[in-house]
Design a binder for this molecule. Structure first.
Ligand code: IPM
Ligand code: MN
Length: 367
């Protein structure tokens, strides 16, 4: 009898390949009797067959299981009449209906990975973007206005409750971390456009209110345009960045690129009761089915899932397994035991997975 059940939405494109890879690594780290991965339907191709990207039975399973593991969803060209992609319904419905309000995106330069930023060849980039995940400009998904093929608009929604809880998440995270690489200070940087829009000035003011409860964490502010410069010029300054939904979506891809790309960037979408874990990349249909996608982002998302489950259930075995997976990935990349194609190597998805599993099986990784 397994201890945990994980709703598994492989999705579209490379989703099945990278999800299978993450499951193999987690089973190697935890033993195959710890977690049952329940494979569920969903995504753009499922929509083509059934008319829905997230069937009720899949949603109910996500609601009732211990966590959600997701590959990727969306296929270009499979769109609603309004032009928006149907595959993203899967993801956005889960975010909104399960209230996964904190989208946690670690931006960390792993040993052995070359950053496109020249001076960072020995690490030194280690921060987390906490993206508000249930409102902002995304609140208008499916609710925007298009009139007479002449005018269109979407609204940006910022609520006190939505901002308080994501800011609190960010400050709590900063308290647990070791501070920024540049000065070791625990810091939350509020990313907004408060100089121009009242809604972002409101976002900033609510983050300020939350900061009153965290005297040991420094608060810092940066306009979203300026932060794209600083994320390239002084990434070592950042510890935790909190941002509205759309800004977080955009800057997290820039951040991922500075540490090796979307293929190495995990994410955890966390609410008070539920959580979804996926690589921050998309379905990459152009490389699907060729065994060349990097599974690293989804494997590291699996490690984040084990740590989240371990903390929630006070399960030191899972906490250890999550840390060992992270160490195994670092060892494989730093020693070049296998290098994915998106990092300049020629290891297949399978070879990456097998190399990480071998390290897990044959090395005492501590933790
Ligand atoms: C992401 C993706 C999603 C988003 C899509 C897949 C709905 O870009 O998770 O960053 O827009 O948030
Ligand atoms: Mn995105």
């Amino acid at each position: 009898m397994t201890k945990y059940n994980v709703a598994t939405l492989e999705g579209d494109g490379i989703g099945p390949e990278v999800t299978k890879a993450a499951i193999s690594v987690m089973q190697e780290a935890c033993g195959s009797n710890t977690i049952h991965f329940e494979k569920l339907d969903g995504g753009a191709l499922h929509y083509q067959k059934s008319g829905t990207a997230l069937p009720d039975e899949s949603f109910k399973a996500c609601q009732n299981m211990d966590a959600i593991l997701h590959g990727a969803a969306g296929m270009p060209g499979i769109t609603h009449p309004d032009g928006t992609e149907v595959g993203n319904d899967l993801h956005l419905e889960l975010r909104f209906k399960l209230d996964l309000y904190a989208n946690v995106r670690p931006i960390r330069l792993l040993p052995g990975v070359k950053s496109p930023l020249r001076k960072f060849d020995k690490g030194g980039i280690d921060y987390v973007i906490v993206r508000e995940n249930t409102e902002g400009l995304y609140a208008s998904r499916g609710a925007g206005m298009v009139l007479r093929d002449d005018i269109a608009s979407d609204s940006l929604v910022i609520t006190r409750k939505g901002t308080e809880r994501v800011a609190k998440f960010a400050f709590e995270l900063a308290k647990k971390r070791n501070g920024s690489p540049s000065d070791g200070k625990s810091r939350v940087t509020v990313c907004d456009k408060a100089n121009i829009l009242r809604s972002y000035a409101f976002f900033r003011s609510v983050c300020n209110d939350v900061h009153q409860g965290y005297p040991d964490v420094e608060i810092d502010y940066c306009y979203v345009d300026a932060i794209t410069v600083h994320m390239v010029k002084k990434p070592e300054f950042y510890d935790v960045i909190v941002a509205e939904n759309m800004f977080g979506d955009i800057i997290s891809d820039l951040g991922a690129t500075t540490v090796g790309g979307m293929g190495i960037s995990p994410s955890a979408e966390i609410g008070d009761k539920h959580a979804l874990f996926q690589g921050a990349h998309g379905s990459a249909p152009d490389i699907a089915g060729q065994n060349i996608a990097s599974p690293v982002a989804t494997i590291l998302s699996g490690a984040m899932m084990l740590e989240w489950l371990g903390n929630k259930h006070n399960d030191i075995g899972l906490l250890s397994a999550g840390k060992r997976i992270e160490s195994a990935v670092s060892k494989v990349l730093s020693e070049g035991l296998a290098v994915p194609t998106d990092l300049g190597g020629n290891s297949s998805c399978t070879q990456m997975t097998e190399a990480i599993c071998r390290v897990l099986a044959n090395h005492n990784l501590g933790a």
